[in-house]
Design a protein around this ligand. Structure first.
Ligand code: SF4
Ligand code: SF4
Ligand code: SF4
Length: 221
């Protein structure tokens, strides 16, 4: 698997954030404020560049790519419906609390384990299973299960800064093929998809430099 420049910076950012988090979570409130503010303005930067559960899935996939280069992709028709699952889980967790909370809790429980005061519980085993799944799939947990990512996606719905496509696009679909969240990037003009995790894989993959970060065009999505 070819690792390009943006991906290298992204992994570095993920590792730096992991260190900040493990280093004691100096002020969780400030970190949450930062994550939310960046999501509102720029989209879920946290998901693409900081989250260690995201990093965990990426690393598993890099390892899996040594054995199986092409990831397993869920059928597009099924994905079209399944991509809403994390929002349903979020609504479920907020309404009939607890019943669907397990996947959303995994992130927090994993953080607790890293900080040394979490007990090894079902969520930990869930992450082990996710590790195996992530060997052959890309960001399965982010795409379909993570309620925190769903919340950030909703915060980012009106993001003023996004990825825009230029007229030089030749519809080669390289961007969509590389998208970790299975978004049809080649079909957008100005990205508004709440599932985008701001990984910039699409920008990196475009052979034409047709994708640029800039002000969103709300009238031509
Ligand atoms: S969707 Fe969830 S697990 Fe994935 S990167 Fe975002 S917060 Fe982390
Ligand atoms: S649209 Fe681009 S930035 Fe967003 S998730 Fe897909 S590849 Fe990453
Ligand atoms: S990779 Fe670039 S040129 Fe190809 S479809 Fe995407 S934006 Fe257009």
């Amino acid at each position: 698997m070819k690792i390009k420049k943006i991906s290298i910076f992204r992994v570095i950012a993920q590792l730096i954030y992991l260190n900040i988090f493990i280093a004691g979570v100096l002020s969780r409130n400030y970190i949450m404020l930062f994550i939310t503010a960046t999501a509102i303005l720029l989209g879920p930067i946290f998901c693409g560049w900081m989250c260690f559960v995201g990093l965990y899935q990426d690393i598993c996939r890099y390892l899996g790519a040594l054995v199986k280069k092409e990831p397993i992709e869920i059928n597009k028709k099924i994905h079209r419906w399944l991509k809403y699952s994390r929002y349903f889980i979020l609504i479920g967790s907020l309404t009939i609390g607890g019943l669907f909370l397990f996947p959303g809790k995994a992130w927090g429980n994993f953080a607790a384990i890293l900080q040394g005061h979490g007990k090894i519980n079902a969520a930990f085993y869930f992450l082990i299973i996710l590790g195996f799944a992530s060997l052959f799939t890309r960001r399965f947990f982010c795409r379909y299960l993570c309620t925190f990512g769903a919340k950030l996606g909703l915060f980012a719905l009106a993001r003023p800064i996004t990825i825009n496509k230029k007229d030089t696009c030749v519809s080669c679909k390289c961007c969509s093929k590389e998208c970790l969240m299975n978004i049809n990037v080649d079909k957008i003009n100005s990205l508004a998809n709440p599932n985008c995790i701001n990984c910039l894989k699409c920008v990196e993959a475009c052979p034409n430099n047709s994708l640029k970060i800039g002000l969103r065009n709300y009238f031509k999505p």
